[in-house]
Write a protein that binds this ligand. Sequence first.
Ligand SMILES: Cc1cc2nc3c(=O)[nH]c(=O)nc-3n(C[C@H](O)[C@H](O)[C@H](O)COP(=O)(O)OP(=O)(O)OC[C@H]3O[C@@H](n4cnc5c(N)ncnc54)[C@H](O)[C@@H]3O)c2cc1C
Length: 814
Amino acid sequence: MNSGDQKIQDNLRLVIIGGVAAGASAAARARRLSEKASITILERGEDISFANCGLPYHIGGEITERSALAIHTPESLAELLNIDIYVRTEATQIDTNRKMVIAFDSNEKKERQFPYDKLLLAPGAKPIRPSMPGIDDSRIMILRNLQDMDRIKNNLSNANDVLVIGAGFIGLEMVEMLAHLKKKVHLVELQDQVLPILDKDMVKHIQIELLDNGVDLVLGDGIASFEPKQKTVLAHLNSGKTIESDLVILSIGVQSESKLAEDANLELGIRKSIVVNEYLQTSNPNIYAAGDVAETADPILGHRVIVPLGGPANRQGRVAADHMFLGDKARPYPGTIGTSIVRVFSLAAGITGYSEKRLASESIKFQRVTVTANQHASYYPGAVPLTLKILWSTEDGRLLGGQSYGCDGVDKRLDVLSTAIKGKLTIEDLSHLELSYAPPFGSARDVINIAGFCALNITDKLMTPEYDIPTDDKKQLVDVRPKESADLHPVPGAINIPMTELRKRLDEINRNKPVVTVCALGKMSYFASRVLKQNGFEVSSFIGGINVKDPQPMQQINEKKDGDIKMEEQALSPLSLDACGLACPGPIMKIKESLNQIKSGQELIVKASDPGFANDFNAFCKANGLEVLSVTKEKGIITGHAKKMSQTPQTANVESVQSGATLVVFSCELDKVLASFVIANGAAAMGGDITMFFTFWGLNVLRKDINTKPLDKDFMDKMFGRMMPKGIDALPLSRMHMAGMGTRMMKWRMNSKNLPSLEGLMADAQKAGIRMVACSMSMDAMGITRDELIDGVEIGGVADFLDACNRTKTNLFI
Ligand SMILES: Cc1cc2nc3c(=O)[nH]c(=O)nc-3n(C[C@H](O)[C@H](O)[C@H](O)COP(=O)(O)OP(=O)(O)OC[C@H]3O[C@@H](n4cnc5c(N)ncnc54)[C@H](O)[C@@H]3O)c2cc1C
């Protein structure tokens, strides 16, 4: 369409059925194109052009003024556009032969007739109310217009428990608002995930967010019937479970209001929506349909879709008006890709284009990757993680879809991806998108660029993606997170070799078995996979990371009341740490660094944006003599508040202060030594002092396996030294040794089951600060000198041993 010099069809009689998003937008555009046209809106309800997207937020009190939702009154819009508006007037029939709409005017209780040259159907879609026992109870409500909103609001004052059915966008908005109003909210969803339009892996954090906010979430269960009681409504679920509530809100989807079109013999499509062409014309060229009632084409793959969203409805109304007045000079509607977003407490989540499950169900070849990075520079205050999933065509790398969730910046990334999809951009284009960057807004490598890089790494075969953590024995899992993270949240079946140690510890990994590298967010595992690949391993990298795959609900910590804990040093001001922007285990490491500075009775306040920090904080405090006072979350920032326990038994957490263990390792048999290190490392992870006291045969564990220099020993000492196993590779098995065969079999078996080697366990023990003490007396007796022992071993006597015993509550003799 060129600008003002178009041939505009004036004097048209335009009738519009439905006066909200598509209808009002079409009327406004029509008037701008023609001052002479006669434009009439018929609206069944009381209001026109109101903001239905804002309804939940007025119920929840965020939009305080009801009037803010009514963008226009019928009178103000009629005056502004010089149009005729009939509210409370329902179109009941379309006479296509006479080009006449018949309507019932509820104000004057009479039938009216409206002749048209062009007719726009913009009646939208109505919330589904399935027929089932009890469904007609007045306490079971839907939300579509201002009157529904008023009804819900009025009934909420007497409601404590509210049941929301359906965890789509509107259902979740209602859940959040009801929780703000301090209602006990139950949410039931038939699918086994919330936001079924997104992929399951992208909503786990949303589900955790709901649980963290006290929502009673029931997934994979539907409503079978309702049983109205005197004061409550009892919902019977398919599973047999029942939920009693004061009010029920149904939000299980919408159904196109296409009865008029059906009766007028217009062509219907998916779920009885109205089929239109790219100018929104129905099968009758004088009748158009726009908004939730219409089925359009998606511009990605050209499939037919119905996408009931506000943006498309508004733009379709405009296109329909253009075509009515400008004919083939009008620009076509380019289709709907379904970009949508929802806020759920402190998180936002959304989608644009195709999801993985949709692509898979339509047998379209695609690849995918999930990445997580902070929404802006990590060092700038307020950095919080944002997760992005992109899907692209295997054939040409064209972007097919994107999903995102996080506390901040989700809308921006979805909009960039939506634009990229519409622009038919590829993953290569994504990697070079030039996005605005200064520390408060973004990063030099935005998460969108990172997604592009990762996608290219996959297509360039620099990285082999692994989308699930293998549970069988065919692959070995190498967890490359720092030890602190692995200790706090171990990956079952994985050996932990931190990325920083990987190059030195390659021989702990079986070269004959494919390796899957795992980390928190998928970045380090990629780095590790590059190291391993270049060292000859067959390796794949777990995409997304375990923090994304397996988030944990926050453990509920009740605020401690004043005076609950006796404080010895009341005057100490709290130690505050800001660990925002640091990924796990960064926040824990930061606390660890400051642990010695915290005095008994002093409080510690830590802020972190890592989503797993809440639980890490609890576990860490428990193991380190800190009592957790509270863990709270706001806008993605988790604040952990704890107090260091006093040393006195009356006030201290005795378990923490005296945790730890002393182990006497007498044996040099491999299995027993392995057991002793497993126990010691486990005890170290729980905090406290751990001392391993090696005596007599146990000293052999600490011996080096090579002679670094000739040792000056007498004959007997040399003989003794030769007869005893030298170092951990030579240790025998306590049973079924079979001249060394048993030991080899045991090592092979442990390796094939991804169990850590003794060497690995000893390295872990040293890293964890476990004291390894060689008994001086037995060294003398056995003729073992200090030079023969591995680095880091202390030499001590019985006093050392007894002192260690006094400080710990567990003493073991192996
Ligand atoms: C609570 C809620 C929250 C939402 N939030 C969002 C959001 O955040 N983002 C988003 O993109 N979308 C959102 N939507 C969806 C969005 O509002 C719809 O997609 C959009 O309003 C559709 O516009 P429409 O013109 O097709 O239909 P509607 O806006 O539903 O308008 C249709 C009108 O036609 C009238 N009508 C129907 N039949 C007749 C008849 N026979 N005669 C006369 N009048 C008739 C109806 O009374 C209705 O007022 C939300 C919807 C709801 C209900």
